[in-house]
Design a protein around this ligand. Structure first.
Ligand SMILES: Nc1ncnc2c1ncn2[C@@H]1O[C@H](COP(=O)(O)OP(=O)(O)OP(=O)(O)O)[C@@H](O)[C@H]1O
Ligand SMILES: [Mg+2]
Length: 313
């Protein structure tokens, strides 16, 4: 079975969801076969790698593989390996009628300042025969001399409308029935990251083609908010034992860590209909306990302390 993030990789500009302004400008560059160095920055799963692949396919047609090199800047064999690979690739002429090749360098923000200086020199040395497309999550981590050599495009997480349009498209092709409630949860859970969305959808689809809220919570290994809500309500009322037992039960059944649970509890606290002052108190408690857990304190003891602290007299 094929992985969906590959199967569903955009094949042309029209397949790219959102990022309209970016797509329009890049398309014009491709049509004129005139491409500067590019810097793509923005959150994961927003289409940076996908767009660069579309550029290559549109520009070079069938010989795109010969003219496009994808590298990861954070390659743990070091930037020297990356530079040698670039050198070898750039040494031979491009195939076809476009006078340059493209090097796509992912995760540039993981490079040290020194490595970025080296990259900048490499970019200059091969400027006549290559174009660089650099990709990163945070442009602030890229040194100015590189930024000033590139045209910068800022990608955004995909907005709700785009995510829904995307879900409908996938559902139709893959013959899935996604309930309305499930769509909302998927949207919230993917947080504008279409890679994450596809992965959740594929995991769900391997179990059933009817996707509802329960299936999604099973797949993303989080608990249905209703259950978390019950635990919190018990704790607030002072039924400590019951809330503690429910919590342990849920954690063990779903294989969740203390940190997984505390994130969900905090989220549900925000939704509670209680006095604002009380709510603030509970939120503060969550923060305190989360900190202790991160510091390495026993998570079961900390979660019980949390529930005890939730009692509102
Ligand atoms: N804007 C988009 N339109 C359509 N599909 C998308 C879009 N963004 C992401 N996807 C889907 O998600 C998968 C991953 O996207 P992509 O590799 O382009 O993300 P990225 O922005 O490069 O993320 P990262 O920062 O993690 O490298 C793609 O294969 C595609 O299926
Ligand atoms: Mg990428």
């Amino acid at each position: 079975m094929e992985i969906w993030i590959e199967k569903w990789r955009p094949k042309n500009f029209e397949d790219i969801i959102g990022q309209e302004a970016i797509v329009r400008r890049v398309k014009a560059m491709v049509e004129q076969k005139s491409i500067p160095h590019l810097l793509f920055t923005g959150p994961a799963g927003s289409g940076k790698t996908s767009l660069s692949l579309v550029i290559a396919k549109q520009l070079y047609g069938n010989s795109w593989r010969e003219n496009f090199l994808e590298l990861n800047a954070s390659d743990d064999r070091g930037i020297d390996v990356v530079r040698n690979t670039i050198k070898d690739f750039a040494r031979t002429k491009s195939i076809g009628d476009v006078p340059f090749k493209i090097i796509y360098l992912d995760e540039c923000d993981s490079l040290t300042k020194e490595a970025q200086q080296a990259l900048r020199r490499t970019m200059e040395n091969y400027a006549a025969v290559t174009r660089f497309v650099l990709s990163c999550n945070y442009s602030s981590k890229i040194i100015d001399p590189i930024q000033s050599r590139c045209t910068i495009f800022r990608f955004r997480g995909i907005e709700k409308e785009g995510v829904f349009e995307y879900m409908d498209k996938i559902a139709k092709q893959e013959e899935l029935k996604i309930s309305k409630e499930a769509k909302e949860i998927l949207y919230e859970n993917s947080n504008g990251d279409l890679r994450r969305l596809l992965n959740i959808l594929q995991s769900c689809a391997s179990i059933s083609n009817k996707i509802d809220d329960k299936l999604i919570y099973d797949v993303v290994a989080s608990v249905h908010p209703k259950e978390i809500r019950k635990i919190i309500e018990c704790a607030i009322k002072g039924d400590f034992l019951k809330s503690k037992n429910m919590l342990l039960d849920i954690m063990l059944k779903n294989g969740l860590s203390g940190l997984d649970i505390i994130k969900q509890i905090q989220k549900e606290v925000l939704e509670l209909e209680i006095d604002e002052k009380d709510k603030l108190k509970l939120i503060e408690k969550c923060g305190e306990i989360e900190f202790r857990m991160v510091e390495g304190s026993d998570e079961f003891i900390q979660l019980q302390a949390l529930l005890a602290g939730f009692y509102l007299k």
